[in-house]
Design a protein around this ligand. Sequence first.
Ligand code: FES
Length: 197
Amino acid sequence: MSEQKKVDKTRRNLVVATSVLGGAASLGAAAPFVASMWPSERAKAAGAPIEVDISAIAPGELKVFEWRGKPVWVIRRTQDMLASLKQVVGNLTDPASEASLQPEYAANEHRSLNPEVMVMEGVCTHLGCSPQQRTAEAKAEMGGDWAGGFYCPCHGSKFDYAGRVYRGAPAPTNLPVPPYTFLSDSTLLIGDDKKGA
Ligand code: FES
């Protein structure tokens, strides 16, 4: 093989290896977006509400949808996750969500319409990174007051399972809750709360 051909082959291999590594890194960084049932890509980009099927979300599972270019998390909270919201109240900056962004119907302890279904924008209120889920078992890594929730790897903000920020974190307020409504037990409309049943 000529020297030029050897160089070309090495370059090709490098490009393939980089693409594979890049794909693996992004898969590891966050749960993939789940396709919503409608509307079209163009309408979504314009900020239209999205209708999502939550019937297959298992207890404790987090699914990520995309609305207005932002990740929106839906978790089917377990009874343990709901119980953890009471345990951590004393460690939070804004436990009653008085200074945080959510619709009126989500200004409660669980910050949601239905306690078992959490709907939250997965965007840190510090500088906009996307936090990652850390279970209650991560106490050793997260600190003794940890009861499960979300951790922002950018500057270390911690949030509970209602998106309420821990005191001392750089994020000033709780994670935002978008407007949403239930169209049925298994279908959510995210981005609009006026069309609900
Ligand atoms: S962006 Fe989340 S802690 Fe800074």
